[in-house]
Design a protein around this ligand. Sequence first.
Ligand SMILES: [Zn+2]
Length: 67
Amino acid sequence: MNKKCPICDGRLIDEKISKTFKRYGKEFTYHNIKAEVCQSCGDKFLDGPTITNIEREIREKVFEKAA
Ligand SMILES: [Zn+2]
């Protein structure tokens, strides 16, 4: 299946990337996240469920530590 970049119409390929999320004034770095990377502009796109999982994990980490 060929997917296209919504920004530049370039070709998207599946890759595992590392990404740092800034939440609650802290940084959380995740590795081996499934993402689609544009071969033209280099933009990275994570799918909705992946982002939701990461957001939930970060929330749990932050609030467990605070408790
Ligand atoms: Zn692009």
